[in-house]
Design a binder for this molecule. Sequence first.
Ligand code: PLP
Length: 442
Amino acid sequence: MPKKPTIKTALPGPRAKKLIKLDKSFVSPSYTRVYPLVVDQAEGLWVHDVDGNTFLDFTAGIAVNATGHCHPHVVKAIQRQAEQLLHMSGTDFYYTPQIQLAEKMASIVPGNGPKRVYFGNSGAEAVEAAFKLARWHTKRELNIAFFGAFHGRTMGALSLTASKTVQKKHYNPLVPGITHIPYAYCYRCAYNLCYPDCDLFCVKWIEDTLFRTTVPPEEVAAIFIEPIQGEGGYIVPPPGFHKEMYRIAKKYGILYVADEVQSGMGRTGKMFAIEHFKAKADIMAVAKGIASGMPLGAMVAPAKIMNWEAGSHASTFGGNPLSCQAAMATIELLEKNLMKNATVQGKRLMKGLRELQKTYECMGDVRGKGLMVGVEFVKDRETKKPATKWRPAIIRKAFEKGLLILGCGENSIRFCPALTVSAKEIDLGLTIFEEAVREVAG
Ligand SMILES: Cc1ncc(COP(=O)(O)O)c(C=O)c1O
């Protein structure tokens, strides 16, 4: 395994250049590549491009490769399954891996009593399923979601999303009846208050203002929430937030839907981020890290909530046998030691970033849980003016130095390496990141 990144060519290199040109001719221009990385192969935390350059990956394919690239235990599970059964459609027939994974998911998702699991192929499909189930179960038409939320790009999930207007432009009308409200983004409180003096005003406002003026609570099916906001900027709400939200939801018979697509599957050091808040959810949407890179989404709910009838929702590929085997191998590794490692290395990463924050004024806020860590860049700490130009410049500089990172929110950078990351790799990532920050904004 290489000890450090090696960049042998200008970036992009000659092979990458050719492929990018071809990509431009044939692939949808809607994709948002922020730097020209053309991947050839990868293992663990290390990614090799088509020109022989090697990068340290702190993106994990956007928080997907939970067990690192091509973990041998996961690869073997997929290979074994590939020789036995590729597809049969779990919506029309039965097969063992889907049943076994459903049993496992029901046991790891918090909450007592019998549960049921719906399988799709992506995060958006898991959210879409939760959206439909909430309507089906409650027979109510309204929903609440949050500014900054990203729930996916299918029309239902997109209607809940409130991340960037480019994601919604020209797609209206979307699903009606969704009200977006401010998230508990304490660094930039929508109400200009400070935790804990605010006494969770953002939650109280729902009952005191929203439910009294525009949204009749008895017509609300569900509140959709990311326990830690992901694409919106890796925003961690304060203690007590989810508990209080859940209490209000229950008071009015509203379902609390946790979108754990990015924050779930061990990334934060617990299987699901909601567990950090000692809070509950009625429905959970999971994807990304669940199968270490194989396409899979799951929506989990108590049996008494997932009481829809046969034919009311399904997907041909959902719960594909290969993805189910990859998920079971992934969960095994998470439970064995990777969640623990996420806690340990997450603390190391956070400590390192907080140390850098003392030197670099532009690092306005450092926040996160486990290996879901974000740094928000500001022009100065007094005004907190977003440093929107520095952010992409730092990401680009890090890429040129062999560190893969990505943005989130308007002016933040996310760190979401594989849960297999070592202390050495964390330190190396921090060193390269510091060089990039110093050269761009130091
Ligand atoms: C919280 C959350 N929900 C849903 C999605 C959509 O997932 P997918 O891109 O797999 O459809 C994402 C993707 O980033 C996400 O972060």
